[in-house]
Ligand binder design. Structure first.
Ligand code: PLP
Length: 393
């Protein structure tokens, strides 16, 4: 069995490109070109130079000594929080903006929920001098004002999505509509390992730099390129895909995907997609998604805006179904506690998404000799108000 994508665009039974006919030319153009473009030496050179000098890679692999002492195991943090713009998302938007340029596109569209992907997209558009339109639900625009301000500062146009629940999935629908209407000059930058093939694979390849670095960094520090465990939170699944990528086929490396249980997996307010989800099609991809018995998408909930996506990327649906990765669900409360613990023990304020991954240590016992690498997907500056409200600080 392989855990990576096959040549038809599927991870096991998940993936594919279930798209309206009018979107076919856009997706097909990308599918026919993405591997060829990524393999070009000049593309690789430009991508790697920007990752180094603009994003600040390699991100450190930090041995968390005090946290390790508390949990009696060896804990390393992959510091994606130190990237420019504060999370892993920039790895993907850098890759896709270079792809767009190679394909001759000069107008960029994106969807965003919490605004993190919108900011990462607006950033690379400013960097390259390309027009940037970000679709965002009207409800999200109201509750994510600082990120809306950032996008505007960076020169992007933020267009409110006024339909449905006026949140992420509605913004995605608007972006797709725009792309159908502008097939020639526009590239759609999707923000996670979701969407129709080739997006999940393309985004995973751009994020794969994370596990590529983990391998040589761990070799330097521990004399082995293989951790015992890699742990990452999963919204759509891009930081996890990046952290897992080079270990997918090596089953000696155990993979742990952490989803947001919200107020509890069965509370009706949750985003534990793999556990609660059923097979279905969302945003062009066959995967696991939270839905009503008659197939309507259920509104997910998590205290963390980056994890409340009703689906999960097809790679992760396959990792779940095949048992290759262990999936655990962490509640709001447990994530917040783990986040505050990292502040006190290591002097690092994590994004609430990343705090879900950190909660693995209260959830599961590791051996003293185990090397556990946790993807610290982002920094917590954006979440200060939520932490302060939660703890009454
Ligand atoms: C967006 C985001 C996530 C969730 O997205 P994935 O595609 O699942 O990685 C996780 N952490 C941070 C910091 C984010 O901004």
């Amino acid at each position: 069995m392989t855990y990576n994508i096959n040549n038809k665009g599927y991870y096991g039974e998940f993936g594919g490109a279930y798209i309206p006919e009018m979107l076919y030319p856009n997706v097909e153009e990308l599918r026919q070109n993405y591997l060829k473009v990524m393999a070009e030496p000049e593309f690789q050179e430009e991508f790697n130079a920007l990752l180094k000098d603009y994003v600040g890679r390699p991100s450190p692999l930090y041995f968390a000594k005090r946290l390790s002492e508390k949990y009696h195991t060896k804990i390393y943090l992959k510091r994606e929080d130190l990237n420019h713009t504060g999370a892993h998302k920039i790895n993907n938007t850098i890759g896709q903006i270079l792809m767009a340029k190679r394909l001759g596109k000069h107008r960029i569209i994106a969807e965003t929920g919490a605004g993190q992907h919108g900011v990462a997209t607006a950033t690379v558009c400013a960097l390259m001098g390309l027009e940037c339109i970000v679709y965002m639900g009207e409800v999200d625009i109201a509750r994510q004002a600082p990120n809306v301000a950032r996008m505007k500062m960076l020169g992007a146009t933020v267009v409110p999505a006024l339909s449905g629940s006026r949140t992420l999935k509605d913004a995605t629908n608007e972006a797709i509509r725009d792309w159908i209407n502008n097939p020639v000059n526009t590239h759609y930058i999707i923000g996670s390992v979701v969407g129709p093939h080739p997006y999940p694979d393309m985004v995973a390849r751009f994020q794969a730099i994370v596990s590529e670095e983990i391998k040589w960094q761990l070799k330097e520090k521990e004399g082995t390129a293989k951790p015992d465990y890699v742990v990452a939170c999963v919204g759509g699944g891009s930081n996890a895909a990046g952290a897992f990528y080079h270990f997918l086929e090596d089953t000696e490396v155990k993979l742990i995907a952490v989803e947001a249980a919200g107020k509890g997996v069965h509370s009706g307010e949750s985003a534990a997609t793999s556990i609660l989800g059923k097979e279905g099609i969302i945003h062009g991809s066959k995967t696991l998604l939270m839905q009503t018995p008659d197939g309507q998408i259920t509104e997910p909930y998590s205290i963390s805006a980056g994890l409340d996506y009703p689906g999960v990327g097809p790679m992760h649906a396959h990792l779940y179904k095949s048992g290759r990765a262990e999936f655990i669900a962490i509640t709001d409360n447990d994530a917040m506690t783990a986040g505050l613990e990292l502040c006190k023990k290591e002097g690092i304020i994590p994004a609430i998404e990343s705090s879900h991954a950190l909660a693995v240590f209260e959830h599961k016992t590791f051996k003293p000799e185990d090397i556990v690498v946790v993807s610290l997907s982002g920094r917590g500056d954006k979440d200060l108000e939520t932490y302060i409200d939660h703890f009454g600080l």
